[in-house]
Ligand binder design. Structure first.
Ligand code: ADP
Ligand code: ADP
Ligand code: ZN
Length: 212
């Protein structure tokens, strides 16, 4: 199954992608995590992406499409994958089609903007594996330490209130049009993402026809 998770920054795409990945045994592919890794390692691509990421803008289609193409060519993605944070523009969605990739379903996790702002201030992410936590709603067992890999959990530089507002504006302008793009292709399913994490997972599994 090739899936796309669509939704505003902080809607819970990463959180739900982890659950689907665990259930179906297909990888979660997060362009945001890959870009943060490149920035951390100071690669040429990371250097090019950093300014856009810090300001809450999108990284260029050219860079992101390149990363995605390489990633889905890897062995572990041959039986399916979950795209988390890609595509984010119509040009990226068209690039996927041009690569001949068939998408089975596009799952939109819907959360209104005012809820997002409250969520983001408590988000913590693992520096090593990218796993996403929340100080109140999904705390790590030991403060500051990733449950999954033992890495250090930190606040993202772009999770400040001002940058979150710019990212929401970018989402509505550039990414929300993908709902129509995939809607007209009969691929879009929407779930409410405002309830607790486990409740949302139930809705997500139901929408994808996965047994719990
Ligand atoms: P969030 O989880 O808050 O939606 P991500 O981790 O997906 O954020 O992305 C963080 C940042 O990385 C984005 O604000 C953007 O600068 C960049 N980015 C990630 N994926 C893409 C993409 N598909 N196209 C362009 N920029 C991207
Ligand atoms: P995205 O990948 O869409 O940017 P995340 O999965 O990283 O979003 O979730 C954003 C933040 O909100 C994280 O701190 C996460 O733990 C928390 N979160 C995710 N889903 C829920 C939910 N249903 N209720 C409360 N908090 C949530
Ligand atoms: Zn980790």
């Amino acid at each position: 199954m090739n899936l796309i998770l669509l939704g505003a920054p902080g809607a819970g795409k990463g959180t739900q992608a982890e659950k689907i990945s665990g259930k179906l045994g297909i990888p979660q592919i997060s362009t945001g995590n890959m870009l943060r890794e490149a920035v951390k390692n100071g690669t040429p691509m990371g250097l090019r992406a950093k300014e856009a990421m810090d300001s809450g803008a999108l990284v260029s289609d050219e860079i992101v499409i390149g990363i995605l193409k390489d990633r889905i060519a890897q062995d572990d993605a041959q039986d399916g994958f979950i795209l988390d944070g890609f595509p984010r523009t119509v040009a990226q969605a068209e690039a996927l089609e041009q690569m001949g990739i068939t998408i089975d379903k596009v799952l939109e996790v819907h959360v209104p903007d005012d809820r997002i702002c409250a969520r983001m201030s408590g988000r913590r992410v693992c520096e090593a594996c990218g796993a996403s936590y929340h100080i109140d709603f999904k705390p790590t067992k030991t403060e500051g330490v990733c449950d999954a890999c033992g890495g250090k959990t930190v606040q993202r530089a772009d999770d400040t209130p001002e940058t979150v507002l710019s990212r929401l504006a970018v989402y509505h302008e550039k990414t929300a049009p993908l709902k129509d793009f995939y809607g007209t292709r009969g691929k879009l399913v929407t779930v409410e993402g405002q309830q607790e994490i486990d409740e949302t997972t139930k809705l997500v599994f139901e929408a994808l026809g996965i047994d719990e």
